[in-house]
Design a protein. Structure first.
Length: 75
């Protein structure tokens, strides 16, 4: 799985559970930062969502689920 694949999964879940547009959610999610598995053995990616409190909460909830399913991704 790559960062782009991860964003696609975020978008699919956000659209399914929250509605809205891909463009808006893509803006809220922001960039996926990928770190070296050597220094981040548990989870090597992070995001910093930006938007309303409700949007950030929705993204963070999905982020928790995706971290459990895909803790390590390729750059």
């Amino acid at each position: 799985m790559t960062a782009d694949d991860l964003i696609d999964r975020f978008l699919a879940r956000l659209l399914r559970y929250q509605g809205g547009t891909r463009r808006r959610w893509r803006t809220v999610i922001g960039a996926v930062r990928v770190y070296s598995p050597a220094t981040h053995a548990h989870c090597n990616w992070s995001i910093t969502p930006a938007g309303s409190a409700a949007e950030i909460a929705a993204v963070e909830a999905i982020s928790d689920a995706l971290r459990n399913e895909h803790p390590l991704i390729a750059a």
